[in-house]
Design a protein around this ligand. Structure first.
Ligand SMILES: [Zn+2]
Length: 507
C-alpha cells in the first residue's frame, strides 16, 4: 500500500508485496533456532524498508527506477562534492523518504516482535515444501525477482562495477573510434582561417531567461547583444542529463540509440582534428566520464574543476584565463569547446554573493508561483535558480564579448546551448533534473562574423530543432563534410529539413 501511495505503480507495488510476504512467511516457518530466525526475519524486513525508501525517492524525484541508465550513470560518475550538493539540494524531500523507510521498518520489526505462539503452528513438511516452492517460483519471473532487494541490489552492484570498468576502457574506446576517422574521408571546404567556439551551458531552462520573455531580468547582458545574435526559439535538449546530452551533441549517437550505449563513431573534435583544426577543451565540470572520453581528444585541455571539498564553489569565471589563451592562440583553424557548470543544482553554489538579486523579492513571478500552488521552498529554489542564471548571463556574455573583440579574418562562430534544462516549480512542486518538458527547453544562440540580414536571422531562429543532431550543425560551421554525411540536420544549413523530435530518457 505504501509503494502504491508513493507512486511506484500498482503493478510494481503488488509484486513487491507478493515477494515480501512470501519470503516473510517462509522465514516464519523455517525450522531454525529462534535467534537466527529472528535475525533473518528482521534483515528481510529491513531490506524491504530500505528498498521502498530508495524506490519511492527515485520515483518522486526523477520518475525513474533504480536500474535505469540515468541512475547508473549518475552514481558511477558522481564526485563526493556533487553527492553532498545533491543531499543539500533535496534535503526536505529526502527527509520525507527517510521517514517513510523508518516508519515501514518500525511497523515491520514490531509486528515480528509481537507475534506469539509460532512454535505451536510449526507446519508439516509438505506445507514447508510448498512455501519454498512458491518462493522459488516467484523468482523465475525476472520482474518479480527484481522486486527482491537482495536480487536487485546484486544486479545493481554488478551494473556499477561494469560502469567503472567501462570508464577504465575509455582510452581504448577513444583509440577505436580514432580508427574510424579515415574511412569517413573528412574534407575541409573553407577559408584558411576559421574559428568555432562551442559553449555548453548546464541545466539552463530558456523559460527563465528574459531574452526569451521571462518576467525577471535574468539575462540583461545577452539581451544587449540580441540584435547581433540568432536566438533560436524552439530547441530541445538531446537528453535530460549531462553525459547522454554531451554524447549526443558531439557524436552520431542520437535519441534513438540505447541510453547507456557508448558512441563508437568519431566525435566532432576528432573530425575537426582530421580537418586541420587545433582543438581546445576548457571545462569547469568535474566529470569522470566526459573529461576522460571527450576532453582527452582535444589538443589543449584546461580542466579547472578538480573536485575539491564540500563547500568549494568552482565558479565559471575561473575559465577566463584559459578562454583568453585559446582566443590568443595563433593556429589558423580552431575549435574551442567550453563546458560550464551553469545552473547545476545546488543553485546557490553557482554564483558569487553579488548575484543574489531575487531572494524573496515577492515580484510577479513569485506571486504567480504561489497562485499555482508551489510550496514556499520551491519558490525559494526558483529565486536561487534565477540568481544562478543571472550570473550565467554574466559568464556567457563575458565569453562572447572577448570572442567578438578578437581581430582576424576568416569566419568566426560562437554557438551556445545548454546540455539540458531544469524543472524549478515550472509545472509541479519539484526542483531538479526531469525528463519532462522543462528538462528539454534549452536556449541556443549563434553569433557569427558573417554578415546576416534580419530576415535570414529570423528564419534560422524559428527552425524547430533537437540537439541530438547538433554534430551536423557543428560540422557545418566548421566547414567539414564527411562520407555519408547528413547536412540537412544542420540547423544553420541551406539544406535544413525538420526532423521528428521527442522526450524520454529511456532505460
Ligand atoms: Zn547537465
Amino acid at each position: 500500500a505504501l509503494g502504491w501511495l508513493f507512486d511506484l505503480g500498482l503493478r510494481d507495488a503488488s509484486k513487491m508485496a507478493l515477494v515480501f510476504l512470501s519470503g516473510a512467511w517462509l522465514l516464519m516457518f523455517l525450522p531454525l533456532p529462534a535467534r537466527p530466525r529472528a535475525v533473518a526475519e528482521d534483515l528481510w524486513r529491513l531490506s524491504f524498508a530500505l528498498d521502498l525508501m530508495l524506490r519511492a525517492s527515485l520515483m518522486g524525484l526523477y520518475r525513474t527506477q533504480p536500474d535505469s541508465a540515468l541512475v547508473l550513470e549518475a552514481i558511477g560518475n558522481t564526485s563526493e562534492v556533487e553527492a553532498w550538493e545533491f543531499m543539500h539540494h533535496n534535503a526536505a524531500r529526502l527527509g520525507l523518504y527517510v521517514l517513510l523507510g523508518l516508519g515501514f521498518a518500525a511497523v515491520a520489526l514490531e509486528s515480528r516482535r509481537r507475534r506469539r505462539c509460532i512454535g505451536s503452528h510449526a507446519p508439516r513438511r509438505w506445507r514447508l515444501a510448498m512455501l519454498m516452492l512458491l518462493f522459488a517460483a516467484l523468482h523465475v519471473n525476472s520482474t518479480l525477482r527484481a522486486s527482491n532487494p537482495f536480487a536487485s541490489w546484486w544486479t545493481q552492484a554488478t551494473g556499477y562495477k561494469d560502469y567503472q570498468a567501462h570508464i577504465g576502457l575509455l582510452a581504448a574506446i577513444r583509440e577505436a573510434s580514432a580508427k574510424r576517422v579515415e574511412p569517413l574521408d573528412v574534407r575541409y571546404d573553407g577559408p584558411a582561417r576559421n574559428t568555432l567556439a562551442f559553449v555548453i551551458g548546464e541545466s539552463v531552462n530558456r523559460n527563465d531567461w528574459s531574452l526569451y520573455g521571462y518576467g525577471r531580468t535574468t539575462s540583461p547582458l545577452l539581451q544587449r547583444r540580441a540584435g547581433e545574435l540568432v536566438v533560436f526559439r524552439d530547441v530541445l535538449a538531446a537528453y535530460p542529463a549531462t553525459v547522454g546530452a554531451v554524447q549526443m551533441m558531439l557524436t552520431c549517437k542520437d535519441r534513438h540509440s540505447l541510453p547507456g550505449a557508448e558512441p563508437l563513431c568519431p566525435s566532432v573534435t576528432m573530425l575537426a582534428k582530421a580537418a586541420g583544426y587545433k582543438t581546445f577543451w576548457i571545462s569547469n565540470q568535474h566529470d569522470r566520464y566526459i573529461n576522460k572520453r571527450f576532453a582527452q581528444e582535444a589538443d589543449v585541455r584546461q580542466l579547472v574543476n578538480t573536485g575539491g571539498r564540500r563547500g568549494d564553489r568552482s565558479l565559471d569565471e575561473r575559465l577566463g584565463p584559459a578562454w583568453q589563451a585559446a582566443l590568443d592562440d595563433p593556429a589558423p583553424r580552431k575549435l574551442i569547446i567550453v563546458h560550464l557548470l551553469g545552473a547545476h543544482p545546488n543553485y546557490a553554489d553557482r554564483r558569487p554573493d553579488a548575484f543574489a538579486r531575487f531572494n524573496g523579492i515577492g515580484d510577479s513571478v513569485s506571486r504567480r508561483l504561489r497562485q499555482e500552488g508551489r510550496m514556499p521552498w520551491i519558490v525559494a529554489q526558483r529565486d536561487e535558480y534565477d540568481n544562478a542564471l543571472l550570473y550565467h548571463d554574466h559568464v556567457v556574455a563575458g565569453l562572447l564579448e572577448k570572442f567578438v573583440r578578437v581581430p582576424g579574418e576568416g569566419p568566426r562562430n560562437f554557438l551556445y546551448t545548454s546540455d539540458h534544462g531544469q524543472e524549478v516549480g515550472h509545472t509541479r512542486n519539484y526542483a531538479g533534473h526531469t525528463d519532462e518538458l522543462p528538462g528539454y527547453e534549452v536556449p541556443m544562440l549563434l553569433w557569427t562574423s558573417t554578415p546576416m540580414e534580419r530576415a535570414e536571422r529570423d528564419e534560422l531562429a524559428a527552425r524547430p530543432y533537437q540537439n541530438d543532431l547538433l554534430e551536423w550543425t557543428l560540422l557545418d560551421l566548421l566547414g567539414i563534410s564527411i562520407k555519408g554525411g547528413e547536412p540537412w540536420h544542420s540547423v544553420v544549413g541551406p539544406a535544413f529539413r525538420e526532423s521528428p523530435r521527442g522526450l524520454g530518457w529511456g532505460g
